[in-house]
Design a protein around this ligand. Structure first.
Ligand code: SAH
Ligand code: SF4
Ligand code: F3S
Length: 474
């Protein structure tokens, strides 16, 4: 038993205790045995990673992690606060679990976990009185303790202290055991950038790098389980290691991971354009596992708006980096995030965004309508771009982007691509789905034994979202 904050108190499955607690508390038929937990995840890859860790630590404690909402005793919503729309979906789903005045359906226990919990704290209990647990991302490792405490003492828990989440936690032991091809590994917590529109630094805290040894250990353990592709996660991976004594850089980490052996593909998100430098582009070109694909969110093409957003680069700085990247990593695919309708965005500002999209010709662009977020600097500005104008700008960019991708994809026609086969197609079992190193989804006919292998596929048809082709060789 370890009682340091940084460690889980007791990870030995205490089956009998939980079984008895469960019997006493839950009315469901399913609770004849251990409490069943259903986790619904919203938001970014960080939350996907957290939910996976959560499933692992709950299983270790003796909870049953279930994919079935109906029969679950405990429902945890791992939430996102980045835009109001994301929050509304969570409020809607939790409210629909409840009926009557503040009564829960079938006596289910409900937990609201993650960024929304951190953003709204106790207020969640006022808005959603049937919620039992409100727990920020800094405290997810304590969730098994909290759930036991709630079951045992019939109380509510709000865990939202602003303390730093432990970055030196060993996560590899807790990972989901299910057989998969790809996995995320968080390399750093938090963000120091405070872009004016963004709530992330307020809900995820300051940047803190995980020690490289733990990252390597976690990846090694994932590779032993058959994982072929790793995506490293951080809000700004380029500042990895700045807080490590003696100096350590993101490129040092990339080299270390590439040298492990057995790993077939390595990706990472997100690079901040102000920090993405030549050294990283050179590492991408040199290290065989790193895929030729980069997410470099530009947010806007207008220097005036970029300044208001506190992004710390100009349109020209950004374009120069893209030029350098393309010289060093030929054929590198590029994706971006864009916000339309930031306060004060004029037609002229928006035209600059259209221009940059036309210049860069991204392979993927995630386009968002500005949504004022509490705590952020921009929340103090008037949200003065009418919703209808945000919609129009959003639609114009989506249409433009569709045309660009369609055209970009032409270069793959009749080419043979190395494809990591991920799964059978949902639509037709005869077909398999995989991705190229540049992140393009490729669909083709082939036997299931190919799943997990990298094979050659000759591309025939190309359309906006997928390429289809024929299995060429192993
Ligand atoms: N750290 C990453 C991801 C941040 S959140 C990065 O810096 O890119 C993902 C995206 O959500 C952001 O890139 C931004 O485009 C969008 N976003 C963040 N806050 C927003 C807001 N208030 N309104 C609309 N979109 C927002
Ligand atoms: Fe948000 Fe900016 Fe940090 Fe990304 S870099 S998480 S957009 S504050
Ligand atoms: Fe991710 Fe949303 Fe939180 S984007 S970090 S889950 S606010």
């Amino acid at each position: 038993m370890k009682d340091k904050d940084n460690n889980i108190k007791d990870i030995t499955p205490n089956s009998m205790r939980l079984k008895n607690l469960s019997k006493a508390h839950f009315s469901n038929q399913s609770s004849e045995c251990h409490p069943k937990v259903f986790i619904k995840t919203f938001g970014c890859q960080m939350n996907d990673y957290d939910s996976e860790i959560l499933r692992g630590i709950l299983r270790k404690r003796g909870f049953v992690v279930s994919g079935d909402l109906e029969s679950a005793d405990i429902v945890l919503f791992n939430t996102c606060s980045v835009r109001e729309h994301a929050e509304r979906r969570v409020y809607g789903q939790i409210a629909s679990l409840a009926h009557g005045k503040g009564q829960m359906t079938n006596g289910k226990m409900i937990g609201l976990v993650g960024c929304m919990a951190q953003a709204h704290k106790e207020k969640i209990l006022k808005d959603l009185p049937y919620v039992d647990l409100v727990c920020g991302p800094q405290h997810i490792y304590q969730i098994p303790d909290y759930l036991e405490d709630i079951i045992l003492n019939k109380k509510k828990i709000v865990a939202v202290d602003e303390k730093q989440r432990p970055a030196d936690r060993e996560n590899h032991d807790f990972r989901d055991e299910t057989k998969r091809i790809k996995a995320y590994v968080t390399i750093m917590e938090g963000c120091n950038n405070f872009c004016s529109y963004c709530i992330v630094p307020y809900v995820r805290g300051r940047e803190k790098s995980r020690p490289p040894e733990l990252i390597i250990k976690e990846i090694t353990s994932l590779l032993k389980r058959g994982i072929k592709e790793i995506t490293l996660l951080g809000q700004n991976v380029n500042s990895y290691g700045k807080d490590i004594a003696g100096g350590y850089s993101f490129c040092d980490l990339l080299k270390k991971i590439d040298a492990i052996g057995d790993l077939r593909r390595l990706r990472f998100v997100t690079s901040h354009p102000k920090d993405a430098e030549e050294e990283m582009f050179r590492a991408m070109a040199k290290l065989p596992t790193i895929c030729e694909s980069l997410h470099l969110p530009v947010q806007s093409g207008s220097d005036r708006i970029l300044k208001c957003m506190n992004r710390k680069y100009s349109k020209d700085d950004y374009l120069r980096k893209i030029e350098l990247l393309r010289k060093i990593v030929p054929g590198c695919s590029l994706s971006t995030d864009i916000i339309v309708g930031y306060p004060g965005e004029t037609d002229e500002d928006f035209r600059q965004t259209v221009e940059i999209i036309k210049q860069v010709r991204y392979d993927t662009a995630y386009i968002f309508k500005y949504s004022p977020r509490p705590l952020t600097r921009a929340a103090g500005l008037e949200d003065d771009v009418p919703q209808s104008v945000k919609e129009e700008r959003n639609q114009e960019l989506l249409n433009l982007q569709k045309k660009i991708v369609r055209c970009n994809n032409e270069k793959y026609r009749n080419k043979e691509l190395g494809v990591l086969v991920e799964s059978a197609s949902d639509k037709d079992e005869k077909f398999l789905v995989g991705r190229s190193r540049t992140g393009k989804m490729v669909v083709f006919e082939g036997p299931r034994e190919l799943i997990g292998k990298i094979i050659g596929v000759r591309v025939g048809e190309v359309n906006t979202s997928t390429l289809s082709g024929e299995w060429a060789r192993l």
